[in-house]
Design a protein around this ligand. Structure first.
Ligand code: UN1
Length: 495
């Protein structure tokens, strides 16, 4: 019997009468993983009401106390790490080391946010008047909506939930449908940790019903969304009608620049991990390799040779290099791009669906490399799969021009031993994140995460930026002079 989950509303797991249901599927085997409620707009409204009701008590709970609950959540997650890692791998398909890494990223961020309970810093600023004190304090926003993708099915929800909780907000959480079990288990962790009823609510179902209902509800003041550009634009436009703060983390087409003086062995490990880790399904995945012509042939030779012994298969087997892609939709979309690439570029490696034996049960694709001039669609559009475009350039300036001539700007990387060139790249690359001598993936949670251009709308997640995302600043003036002092008018001249 498959596991059945309800909605989590007002502190209770509930299954509405006559609820429609949907299932999640293991992409390695196409077996059903678990079943979930397709929530209606009414159920979303009920979850939002519960979040609104719970707000005042949660807001008044001292932030260090909220932090203690987060620390409980982190320790529960540590206790359950092996089990949760397997759930991630079974439902999403990333290899088990990465499934465990997804959970570890959750733990890291929850612990970091728990500490914020004793910070949540404001500023004190001098007044232009005597006997007057000026400061800022942070206040929660109210009810926030967290809408999350399937590729980091525990980590990204936790980036949002832990930050929203520590700052005193209450939450309606809508996860991607194909990783709903990961989401439900994350919610169970917070339930066990002692998050009060109504503070965190889970509604499962489609973006068209659940997402729209949430984004349109006037009680939801902030929407934090991670996903694709088109869905993000839609959320932004709908949220704008309600003058909401909409935080977007969208796509990427992340370049690694490989200069002629790079440590090629080091770069080889980095490019393999960046391009084919998580089967290329990270927003930060390395999808373009921009190589100096002097090392182009040598490096491409090394890359194809190493991929010859790269294993694609059962993601629960620790020896596997790459698991399946996450769903039938993903597989179709990636295969369409591969077909396009075969027309507009030169296929160097892979380029097919893997078949035979256990492959026939799941969504397994070969790691794929295209050699392409700059400007092709496969080298400019986000594919979100194990497909790497390799581009040859003459020098650093051309490399940067190619790297930047793109609609996205999340992550970027340069491999070089020249320190001056490394710092120039940090200055020149149009991206929210630049790595030197490391792949484009693997950001750490205590630093801000996000990007420029179509990657978002200017905000950052994680790090201290997470506090900005989920809190309002209140500016406070305390006048202890016992008389009316007029700013701009009464200020004494020093002359
Ligand atoms: C994402 O794919 O949206 O930096 C998140 C990384 C991970 C997070 C990726 N820590 O690759």
């Amino acid at each position: 019997m498959e596991t059945e989950y309800g909605l989590f509303v007002g502190g209770k797991w509930t299954t509405p009468a006559h609820a429609g249901r949907f299932q999640t599927t293991n992409p390695a085997t196409r077996e059903t993983v678990a079943s979930f409620v397709s929530a209606t707009a009414d159920e979303v409204a009920r979850a939002t009401s519960e979040a609104a009701k719970a707000f005042s008590a949660w807001r008044d709970t001292p932030a260090p106390k909220r932090g203690e609950i987060l620390l409980n959540a982190a320790s529960i997650m540590k206790r359950r790490k092996a089990e949760l890692g397997r759930i991630v791998t079974r439902e999403m398909g990333k290899v088990i080391a990465e499934g465990l890494g997804d959970v570890q990223e959750s733990i890291d961020f929850i612990e970091y946010m728990a500490g914020e309970g004793r910070r949540l810093f404001g500023e004190t600023v001098p007044s232009e008047l005597r006997s007057k004190f000026c400061l800022t304090v942070r206040q929660p926003k109210g009810v926030v909506a967290c809408i999350t993708p399937w590729n980091f099915p525990t980590a990204i929800p936790n980036w949002k939930i832990a930050a929203a909780l520590i700052t005193g907000n209450t939450i309606v959480f809508k996860p991607a449908s194909n990783t709903a079990q990961c989401a439900a288990e994350v919610v169970k962790v917070y339930e066990e940790a002692g998050v009060p009823p109504g503070v965190l609510n889970l509604v499962t179902g489609s973006g068209a019903v659940v997402g729209h209902a949430l984004v349109s509800d006037p009680r939801v003041r902030t929407v934090s969304f991670t996903g694709g550009v088109e869905a993000g634009r839609d959320v932004y436009v709908r949220g704008a009608a309600g003058l909401k703060m909409v935080h977007l983390e969208l796509g990427g087409k992340n370049p690694v620049i490989l200069m002629e003086d790079a440590d090629l062995k080091l770069a080889l490990d980095g490019v393999l991990f960046g391009a084919f880790g998580t089967a290329g399904q990270r927003c930060t995945a390395t999808s373009r390799l921009i190589v100096h012509e002097k090392v182009y042939d040598a490096f491409l030779g090394m890359l194809t040779e190493r991929l010859g012994s790269f294993t694609v298969g059962d993601p629960l087997d620790p020896a596997t290099g790459m698991g399946p892609v996450a769903s039938a939709d993903q597989e179709r979309k990636i295969l369409d791009y591969i077909a396009l690439g075969r027309k507009e570029a030169k296929l160097r490696l892979g380029g097919e669906k893997l078949t035979g034996g256990a492959y026939d049960r799941g969504y397994f694709l070969a790691p794929t490399i295209f050699e392409t001039p700059h400007g092709t669609r496969i080298s400019k559009e986000e594919i979100f799969g194990p497909v790497l475009s390799v581009l040859k350039v003459r020098d650093y300036d051309e490399a940067v021009r190619v790297a930047n001539d793109i609609d996205y700007g999340l992550s970027s990387s340069i491999y070089t031993r020249d320190v001056n060139r490394a710092f120039r790249a940090i200055h020149d690359l149009e991206a929210g994140i630049t790595y030197v001598n490391a792949p484009t993936i693997g950001a750490e949670v205590q630093l801000p995460f996000g990007g420029v251009k179509n990657t978002g709308n200017g905000g950052r997640e994680a790090g201290s930026a997470a506090i900005e995302e989920f809190s309002e600043i209140k500016t406070v003036f305390v006048d202890f002079s016992s008389r009316l002092q007029k700013a701009q008018i009464d200020a004494e001249s020093v002359a």
